[in-house]
Structure formats: C-alpha cells, structure tokens
Write a protein that binds this ligand. Structure first.
Ligand SMILES: CC(C)(COP(=O)(O)OP(=O)(O)OC[C@H]1O[C@@H](n2cnc3c(N)ncnc32)[C@H](O)[C@@H]1OP(=O)(O)O)[C@@H](O)C(=O)NCCC(=O)NCCS
Length: 160
C-alpha cells in the first residue's frame, strides 16, 4: 500500500469549475479501458455540484459524485483514483464521504454499478439484482449503449 497518501493531507473537497478538465481526463482514462462509462465534459459541468475531488500537485488525482434518484436512493458515481495513487485508501475515503453526505441528506440506500465488486463488498455493499433498482434502470441506463448487454454488477448498501 502507498502509505504516503495516508498520513498526508490529501483532502476531499467539493469540486470547482477549475477541476472539470482534470475530472474529465481521469474519467476518460478509465472509460477508454471500458471500466467506467464515458462522461462528456458538458455532463460534468452540469453535475459539478455532485462531485468531490482530491488534489495532489495541483492536479485532480481522485473523484467521486453522489447522484440522487429518489427520496431514498442515491448512487456512488464516477468514482476514480489515478493509477499512481491507487491502494492508498483514497477510493475508500471518497465512498465514505459520499455515504456521510447521503446520510446527512436523509437518503436510505446507496447503489453503484461496478466492475469492482470486491472493493464495494469491503465497504459492506451487497450485490443485488438490477431489477431492484428500477429508478436507475429506467432512468439513466436506458440511454446507455450497454443497456441491452449490461455486464456491470449492481451493489447496494443501506445507510443510516
Ligand atoms: C476502484 C478504485 C476506486 C479503488 O480505489 P483505491 O483508492 O485504489 O482503493 P482503496 O485503497 O481505497 O482500497 C480499499 C479496499 O478495497 C480493496 N480494493 C481496491 N481496489 C480493488 C479492486 N480493484 N478489486 C478488489 N478490491 C480492491 C483494497 O485492497 C482495500 O482493501 P483493504 O481494506 O483490505 O486494504 C480504483 O481502483 C479505481 O479508480 N479503479 C478504476 C475505476 C473504477 O473501477 N471505479 C469504480 C467505478 S464504480
């Protein structure tokens, strides 16, 4: 594990307009590998207030967004940590931050669609059938090019 990031002040902060190119670059890196869905810069601007980032050397090295679907359900979205900073607990801390905010807002459940099932299981998410997430499936997924062949795993966590 890269311990340098654990003890230093890698702060989680709300994203600002200046972060958009960095967020976009980070997400593109993983969407090119088909690990994350592509997200156009215009979409990041529209959702900017949903995002948290972590900086290092004035660059965005990690990000996450909380998307709210209903009174009860939110999604951990666009979670990414740059390869140079993986395994330093940044992903874990970003999910914790989203959980904290979701709980503060009064949401009851957090979901994610993911290929990193084990990462989310470590944070007490459970694998669920897509069909228990109708808001997601019929809202955003219907516009996704993978809609008919979705190979992501749905995970869900009940929060306080
Ligand atoms: C998945 C991702 C966000 C994890 O971030 P990270 O900062 O490297 O992970 P952390 O250091 O916080 O790891 C927390 C725990 O999850 C485990 N973990 C991390 N990545 C994992 C992976 N890909 N598969 C399984 N477990 C993983 C770690 O070993 C650690 O376990 P521990 O508590 O036993 O030590 C990061 O690897 C990433 O950006 N991946 C590419 C994009 C992606 O898949 N995003 C998720 C979309 S939903």
């Amino acid at each position: 594990m890269n311990t340098s990031a654990i003890n230093s002040d890698y702060k989680i902060i709300p994203a600002s307009l200046e972060d958009v190119p960095g967020i976009s670059e980070l997400l593109k890196f993983y969407s090119d590998q088909e690990v994350l869905l592509p997200r156009p810069e215009s979409d990041i601007y529209r959702s900017l207030k949903d995002f948290y980032v972590i900086h290092h050397d004035q660059k965005v090295i990690a990000c996450v967004a909380l998307l709210i679907y209903t009174k009860e359900l939110g999604e951990v979205r666009s979670l990414a940590v740059s390869p140079a900073h993986m395994n330093s607990r940044l992903g874990y801390r970003l999910v914790q931050q989203v959980e904290k905010e979701a709980s503060h807002l009064g949401l009851k459940k957090l979901m994610a669609l993911t290929y990193v099932e084990r990462f989310f299981k470590k944070m007490d998410f459970e694998v669920v059938e897509m069909s228990v997430l109708p808001e997601k499936v019929w809202g955003a997924c219907i516009n996704c090019h993978k809609f008919r062949n979705c190979d992501e795993i749905a995970v869900l966590k009940y929060i306080n």
